[in-house]
Design a protein. Structure first.
Length: 168
C-alpha cells in the first residue's frame, strides 16, 4: 500500500481551504486536506505497524504548535499544476520534520531528495491562477500515517491508518 505521513487539516482552516478552492476544477475533497511531511511509497502491513510505533514515540516528544500559511499560489512552480497554501518552515516544524526522518531512517526508508516545502494542496485546476496573500493558521497537533488509494480516473482517497497526538 502507498503511504505518507502528514498533518490533517481540520476545523476553521479546512473551511477556509474549501472557500479558496470553490469553483475550481479538481478541488481537494475536505477529508483529503493535509500537509505532507514525508512520502513513504509502498509499505507492507508489518511495516505500517513498525512505523506507527515510531510515530507514537516521536509524537510524545513534541508539543503542538501553530504554523501560518501566508500565500495561496500555484505550486510547486509558477505554472502549477496545483493551487496550494504555502508556508515558510518554522523552527518547530523543521525540528518535527527532522525527527520524523530520523524515525523513518531507522525503518530503512530513504530520505526524499527534494527540499521540504510546507504546503496544503487545494486543487489541481490545470490553469494559471493569481497568487493571494493572507494568514491561514494550521495547528500542528498530530501526526497521521495515511494510505493513498488511487483508482484510475478518480480522485485519490487518503485513509488514516494511525493518528498520533503531539504530547510533548
Amino acid at each position: 500500500m502507498r503511504c505518507f505521513v502528514g498533518v490533517p487539516v481540520t476545523g476553521p482552516l479546512a473551511r477556509e481551504c474549501k472557500e479558496l478552492a470553490l469553483g475550481l476544477p479538481r478541488a481537494t475533497p475536505r477529508p483529503n486536506l493535509h500537509m505532507t511531511l514525508a512520502f513513504l511509497g509502498q509499505c507492507t502491513p508489518a511495516g505500517v505497524g513498525r512505523l506507527s510505533a515510531e510515530l507514537r514515540s516521536l509524537a510524545d516528544r513534541f508539543a503542538a504548535f501553530d504554523l501560518t500559511f501566508d500565500r495561496c499560489e500555484p505550486f510547486p512552480a509558477e505554472q502549477g499544476p496545483f493551487l496550494a497554501l504555502t508556508a515558510t518552515c518554522s523552527e518547530a516544524l523543521s525540528a518535527l520534520h527532522e525527527g520524523l526522518w530520523e524515525c523513518l531512517g531507522r525503518q530503512g526508508i530513504d530520505r526524499e531528495q527534494r527540499a521540504f516545502r510546507p504546503h496544503i494542496t487545494l486543487a489541481k485546476p490545470g490553469l494559471a491562477l493569481a497568487t493571494q496573500t493572507g494568514a491561514w493558521q494550521l495547528t500542528v497537533d498530530q501526526l497521521c500515517l495515511y494510505q493513498s488509494e488511487l483508482i484510475q480516473g478518480e480522485v485519490p482517497t487518503y485513509r488514516p491508518l494511525s493518528q498520533h497526538p503531539l504530547a510533548g
